[in-house]
Design a protein. Structure first.
Length: 74
């Protein structure tokens, strides 16, 4: 999760005029004087959550099995 939501490293390393990650896009939706287009921001946040939800639903059986296997005592 810390890499998915990382803002500082891509902002420092990437050319933000050419390449933008999802957190950078969300930040650039904020206008001047702190004006925020909430509709576009919420739409982008929902779109950024979709790959995580789809991945979890596709791998749910394996994730639950791994968590259950790690929870067994000795």
């Amino acid at each position: 999760m810390w890499v998915w939501n990382d803002y500082l490293l891509p902002c420092l390393v990437l050319d933000v005029t050419k390449y933008k990650t999802i957190p950078i896009h969300i930040q650039y939706l904020q206008g001047s004087y702190g004006r925020v287009d909430l509709g576009a921001t919420m739409a982008l946040i929902v779109l950024s959550l979709l790959p995580i939800v789809v991945f979890y639903l596709a791998c749910q059986k394996h994730i639950v099995k791994g968590v259950a296997a790690g929870a067994v005592k000795g």
